[in-house]
Design a protein around this ligand. Structure first.
Ligand code: GLN
Length: 230
């Protein structure tokens, strides 16, 4: 299982989202507070953000976030209106390599999966970046299109009832998320909206998102709809 985070709003540095908060992804990489599966997230990390031309840029690694002095040095100089970041705890049997770390991308969307799914139930998708379940699931979601994210998640869950399918995806102007088996919280700030597997601080404004929901953030609006299981 992993922990992930997305931002949509005014330009912000990935460092301010990931590294600076008292319980940000950096701390969550060794001491997550709400993680139900796995003790730490030391099997890699990644961040993706949209530049001023709307191009997704990624920095991913197979090593723990806490050891990355280069990212800590450069991150405060980066700014973006839309960010997706994750720290990874690889599931048993999955490869540990940078291309298996979220966010995955099809060139338009950045996507992270927090969870586990039986790879045998995933129809072959052509452009998977790695062979871990999350990369295969990302490729399937890209192939089906993000407008059917909710249906794709419900269909995969019908084939693997034990699957946990928390997805976080962004295209620069929209953030989409699902809750299916794990935690997700939202923080509405004056300068933008954060979605995160767990709150990065103790601000009482964080709100839990109920399980089995689809979340859409655009223009500072947060819209939630229940997902139907089978
Ligand atoms: N199943 C995932 C993997 O091994 C676990 C990490 C996560 O929650 N995305 O890639």
């Amino acid at each position: 299982m992993c922990r992930h985070l997305a931002w949509l709003g005014e330009p912000v540095s990935p460092a301010a989202l990931m590294l600076d908060p008292p319980s940000g992804l950096l701390v969550q990489s060794y001491a997550p507070r709400r993680q139900k599966h796995g003790l730490m997230n030391a099997d890699g990390w990644g961040v993706g953000f949209f530049d001023d031309d709307g191009v997704p840029r990624r920095w991913r690694s197979a090593a723990p976030l806490w050891g990355d002095a280069s990212f800590a040095s450069v991150a405060p100089a980066l700014f973006s209106r839309c960010v997706v970041a994750a720290v990874r705890s690889a599931s048993v049997g999955m490869p540990i390599e940078a291309s298996a770390s979220a966010p995955f991308s099809d060139g338009t969307w950045l996507l992270s999966h927090n969870g586990l799914v039986d790879r045998a139930v995933l129809p072959a998708a052509r452009h998977a970046e790695s062979t871990n379940d999350s990369a295969l699931l990302a490729a399937l979601i890209f192939e089906r299109g993000l407008d059917t994210l909710g249906q794709t998640v419900a269909a995969v869950a019908a084939d693997d009832p034990n699957a946990r399918l928390n997805i976080l995806a962004a295209n620069g102007s929209r953030v989409l998320a699902t809750t299916w088996g794990d935690t997700l919280a939202v923080l509405r700030r004056d300068d933008g909206v954060v979605l995160a597997s767990e709150p990065y601080d103790d601000d009482p404004a964080w709100e839990e998102i109920p399980d089995r929901h689809l979340v859409e953030v655009s223009d500072a609006h947060v819209h939630m709809t229940p997902l139907k299981g089978s």
